[in-house]
Ligand binder design. Structure first.
Ligand code: SRM
Ligand code: SF4
Length: 570
């Protein structure tokens, strides 16, 4: 059989391609513009490059109109995202982030859906100090955003300790080895001198244009699919036999983003193409990335993610190309089973006598609220904790590797500050995630993080009326269709359409293996609640034993199953 000739889509390169090309490997004029004191902002071209350094310029949208009226420039501030593979932080690192949020940010930390910290509200003049202090804590923000491989996620809860520890090491290795090689970050933020006369750095894997779009890798350890492995550009499923990690099933071409009203854009699930041994995953990741580098769409950013490259070229063709680049073939995929994509709350005992406690952090926002001193409580825990703190992809945290002696002390602090391991809240709330949205996200069309908790207060009444308080139904809300809270994998999903208005989706699988389907378009709170009243009461009465809500709505004919991203809009 003659191999299909692969070609990248035609069309003039997008403006971001020009910016990268002219940037001298992600430097642009960032060093100079960050020193400029006339504006708190930076030019757009530099802001595009800034993403590759883990940050970008935002403005506080709550203040936009008022400032416009006063003829002031927008309330510019930077968001900063840490690269922290597998979401594992030491207690010392936690304390540094806590302190930086107070000193330079808006006082809060956002735990993201990709297991890391985000800070908001950093002024331009404080950016360098913030990054330097993060660096001193042995963390960085390199490639946390931008057209490169992002923070590599891995299963969070180390209850099967040995395998998790090994998988975590792989996530760290992938994250480190796939970093851009340019010294731009070190020169701009860490004052590394550029040695005169040295040849310009080369990016052996990325090349001078980097990737057409962001690229994401995550590693799941069945039966937990907490990281939503099928939403990744490259998903790896750990295969464990007799307690030992023997390798990974490889899944390619997932992603959540889409644009309202544009059917050429859609969420898609990654598909499993084979099995590789642990020591082969770096090569696989590198070659997959170079395929996307060479054949991804550099003209239309809306269609530039790897999922579209895979769908355009065909899964088999991409697999063949991968095997040709590797010089060897993938083995047949091994059987695996996921049972959910949520977190496992409360204390669990791992091997070696260590304990792990998963705490629920609503919307991933770590702050001190009037009646709930969450940030202080976590700080007090970090001060005495000697294990690690893991950020989960469901925006929660795990106080991990706690000795039997420390467990009592930590439990006392949990009690003192009223921190919750999910026990006294509804299973619906425990299974919720919401993206940042307003006021910081420039792309938000509606609220998410600030609104979902209030909406859940009301849905809980329906849940209680129907005896469903302990039923885990995943619920996810995003302020726009970009899908930062992986809305299309929530059994109940909401995508912001306009202030107070959402598209409502149902029917994703509880284990993250099926996308949802639109149920109602552009509805407000009253309609959301009346629709949920009907479907949840039917679920309470008509469900089969152990049937998940996402499966029920399909069996009951409430929505059709989405069998592939390409029929998400059908
Ligand atoms: Fe995201 C853009 C926040 C996870 C898909 N995302 C953004 C930006 C940077 C807005 C922008 O570009 O102007 C948001 C910053 C808002 C703010 O004020 O902080 C933002 N994304 C987030 C976070 C913080 C949401 C959260 O509440 O946790 C998550 C940070 C993850 C991290 O630590 O790296 C976050 N974003 C995701 C995910 C989930 C995931 O990766 O598992 C997705 C869907 C998966 C995917 O990538 O397909 C996601 N974000 C997007 C997209 C759509 C990309 C696309 O394919 O079309 C955008 C927009 C873009 O890239 O143009 C975006
Ligand atoms: Fe912003 Fe949209 Fe992402 Fe929410 S989903 S953080 S609104 S880009």
């Amino acid at each position: 059989m003659v191999k299909q000739k692969l070609i990248a889509p035609e069309g003039a390169p997008s403006d971001v391609e020009r910016i990268k090309r002219e940037s001298n490997y992600l430097r642009g004029t960032l060093k100079e513009v960050m020193l400029d004191r006339i504006s708190a902002g930076i030019p757009d071209d530099d802001n595009r490059l800034m993403k590759h350094h883990g940050s970008y310029l935002q403005d506080d949208r709550d203040l936009r109109n008022e400032r416009q009226k006063q003829k002031l420039e927008p309330a510019y501030q930077f968001m900063l995202r840490v690269r922290m593979p597998g979401g594992v932080a030491t207690p010392e690192q936690w304390l540094v982030m806590d302190d930086l949020a107070e000193k330079y940010g808006n006082g809060t930390l956002k735990l993201t859906t990709r297991e890391t910290f985000q800070m908001h509200g950093i002024l331009k003049w404080n950016m360098k100090s913030t990054i330097q202090e993060i660096h001193s804590a042995l963390l960085d923000t390199i490639a946390a955003c931008g057209d490169v491989n992002r923070n590599v996620m891995c299963a969070s809860n180390p209850y099967q300790s040995e395998v998790h520890a090994e998988v975590y090491e792989w996530s760290k290795k992938l994250s480190n080895d796939l970093l851009p090689r340019t010294r731009a970050y070190h020169e701009i933020w860490l004052d590394e001198e550029k040695v005169a006369g040295t040849p310009e750095v080369e990016e052996p894997m990325y090349g001078p244009l980097y990737l057409p779009r962001k690229f994401k890798i995550g590693i799941a350890v069945p039966p937990s699919n907490d990281i939503d492995v099928f939403s990744q550009d490259l998903g790896l499923i750990a295969i464990v036999e007799e307690g030992k990690l023997i390798g990974f099933n490889v899944a390619i071409g997932g992603g959540m983003g889409m644009t309202h009203g544009d059917k050429e854009t859609y969420p898609q699930l990654a598909k499993v193409i084979g099995f590789v041994k642990p020591e082969q995953i770096y090569d696989v990741a590198e070659k997959v990335i170079t395929i996307q580098r060479d054949y991804g769409n550099r003209s239309e950013r809306k269609n530039a993610r790897f999922k579209y490259t895979v769908d355009r070229l065909g899964l088999e063709t991409v697999k063949e190309e991968l095997e040709e680049r590797l010089g060897w073939s993938l083995d047949e995929a091994k059987p695996y089973h996921f049972d959910n994509n949520g977190d496992r709350y409360g204390w669990v005992k791992g091997i070696g006598g260590k304990w792990h406690l998963t705490l629920f952090i609503e919307g991933g926002r770590v702050a001190d609220f009037d009646d709930y001193k969450l940030k202080t409580g976590l700080r007090e825990i970090a001060k005495i904790h000697t294990g690690d703190i893991r950020l989960t992809s469901n925006q929660n945290i795990i106080i991990a590797n706690v000795s039997a002696q420390k467990k009592k002390k930590i439990s006392e602090l949990i009690e003192k500050y009223g921190l919750t391991d999910g026990e006294h809240i509804s299973a619906l709330r425990r299974s919720s995630i919401a993206c940042v949205a307003l006021p910081t996200c420039g792309l938000a069309m509606a609220e998410a993080e600030r609104y979902l908790p209030r909406l859940i207060d009301k849905i809980e009444n329906i849940v209680d009326e129907n005896g469903l308080r302990d039923k885990e139904i995943t619920i996810r809300m995003t302020g726009c269709p970009n899908g930062c809270a992986r809305h299309a994998l929530g059994e109940i999903g909401f995508i912001g359409k306009a202030p107070g208005k959402y598209n409502m989706y149902l029917g994703a699988a509880h284990d993250g293996s099926r996308l949802s389907k639109m149920y109602r378009e552009n509805i407000g709170e009253a309609e959301i609640l009346s629709e949920l009243k009907v479907v949840l009461s039917r679920y309470a009465k008509e469900r089969e034993q152990d049937e998940h809500f996402g499966d029920f709505v399909i069996r009951a004919g409430i929505v059709q199953a989405t069998t592939d991203g390409t029929n998400f809009h059908a």
